[in-house]
Design a binder for this molecule. Structure first.
Ligand code: BGC
Length: 421
């Protein structure tokens, strides 16, 4: 339903922008205006790698940062910009949101020239192409692959409870209890719907690949309303008992800082968290430990940041294509993702420059992909369209904040997803 509205609202505006674009084709504009939500310390450092890369190629950068992890705020601002007939050159975007824009006639540009020259079809994983291409045309440039089923431990805090990273739910609960007894906040958490949903990805995956797939990808009401979903909500309630009193509204990077500073034991977050640890000068294996959420080693819930390219005026098209080429170059993919915490969006980039967590991320992704255990992240827009994601956010966060019992949350989830379909 939302997609249809978006389509109707934007169709005319986008076509108008197209016509204006053709009329303005006179002189080339070497500037790119880029909308994104990379505003934390680690994210900003990664973005600097991109800006410097483009500047070295004569492309200047107009920054349009919209704070808000997960990108919901950015999407809202983007709609307003496009509706006003003034799209940015490129916008950071996730999964199904890209396809929503692709369905708006004339809204997105076409990157086929860059893709053909550099053979993106052969090197970009199919799981990403699903969102980067529409009707056979490349519409966005994949920047990276993140994944959500990670845990980030403070090494000293983990050592203080025996030093072994938990691999089962029971072991995890024991570790969290031990941290509580040691007087620190066990779980560093920021109370925002997308952060709760990020944890929910991992909790759901830990209850089985079949469960994750049938609930989040197939949206099967039996799985959404079944015993495993009840267990997932019960586990979320248990995790809620390990957060501090000030968790509400906290940004994710401030939760990372609690782990970095040893005030908290662990954060359950996608691997963009690693960017914060690195930015604070910390070293994997020495200061922090990265492991998969208990019971999920071997499977990966992924989300890939892409720069969706808008249908800009003709004078801007050359720099847009140049930006897309730069983003997909093997050198940039290595340099950027080493800093960002993610792994390359191409299969042919060496892991040599990556730290141990990055090497593990690359190996885990390859293993999950070849085992058929690579799944789109529900929390980050790669499992189901955004209307469904939003419905899940509402229920998961209401439950986390005590508005529903686990039993009620299961019922609400079935109803909310049904209504959003
Ligand atoms: C994006 C990451 C970003 C994170 C927090 C995720 O949705 O994929 O690139 O770092 O949100 O802002």
């Amino acid at each position: 339903m939302i997609r249809t509205n978006l389509t109707k609202t934007l169709k005319l505006t986008a076509s108008a922008a197209l016509i204006m674009g053709a009329a303005n084709a006179a002189t080339a504009d070497s500037n790119v205006e880029v909308m994104h939500w990379w505003t934390s310390g680690g994210e900003a450092k990664a973005l600097d790698v991109l800006k410097a890369d483009l500047e070295s190629k004569g492309i200047s950068w107009s920054d349009m940062p919209i704070a808000g992890g997960g990108g919901d705020n950015a999407n809202t601002v983007l709609r307003a910009r496009v509706t006003a007939g003034n799209p940015p050159t490129a916008a950071q975007m996730l999964g199904y949101a890209i396809l929503d824009w692709a369905n708006v006639d004339g809204a997105l540009g076409n990157l086929n020239a860059a893709a053909a020259k550099e053979n993106w079809d052969a090197v970009v994983p199919k799981a990403l192409q699903k969102f980067a291409k529409h009707d056979g045309n490349w519409i966005s440039a994949p920047v990276n692959i993140h994944s959500t089923n990670w845990m980030w431990f403070n090494k000293s805090a983990l050592d203080a409870v025996g030093g072994k990273a938990p691999t089962t739910w029971e072991e995890f609960v024991a570790v969290l209890d031990g941290m509580k007894a040691n007087g620190i906040t066990p779980l560093a958490h920021g109370g925002q719907a997308w952060q709760e949903a990020t944890i929910f990805d991992a909790v759901a995956l830990s209850l089985g690949d079949d469960f994750y797939t049938s609930a989040f990808i197939d949206l099967d009401p039996a799985a959404l309303g079944g015993a495993k979903m009840l267990e997932a909500f019960n586990r979320m309630a248990k995790l809620r008992s390990y957060v501090d009193d000030n968790f509400s509204g906290r940004d994710w990077n401030l939760a990372s800082a609690m782990v970095i500073e040893g005030k908290a034991g662990v954060q359950l977050m996608g691997d963009w968290a690693k960017g914060e640890f690195l930015n604070a000068g910390q070293v994997p294996g020495k200061d922090f430990v990265c492991v998969r959420f208990p019971g999920t080693q071997g499977a990966v819930t992924f989300n890939a940041d892409q720069f969706a390219m808008f249908n800009v005026s003709d004078d801007k098209k050359a720099s847009q294509l140049a930006m897309a080429s730069s983003v997909l170059s093997p050198e940039f993919q290595s340099a950027f993702n080493v800093v960002k915490g993610s792994v390359p969006a191409r299969t042919d980039v060496s892991d040599a420059a990556f730290d141990d967590c990055g090497k593990k991320g690359i190996a885990d992704l390859a293993e999950a992909n070849s085992a058929g255990r690579l799944y789109g992240s529900m929390a980050h827009g790669h499992a189901a369209p955004d209307a469904i994601k939003g419905a899940l956010y509402d229920v998961v966060t209401a439950h986390f904040n005590g508005e529903y019992s686990s039993e009620e949350a299961v019922q609400e989830l079935v109803a909310a997803i049904d209504a959003a379909k």
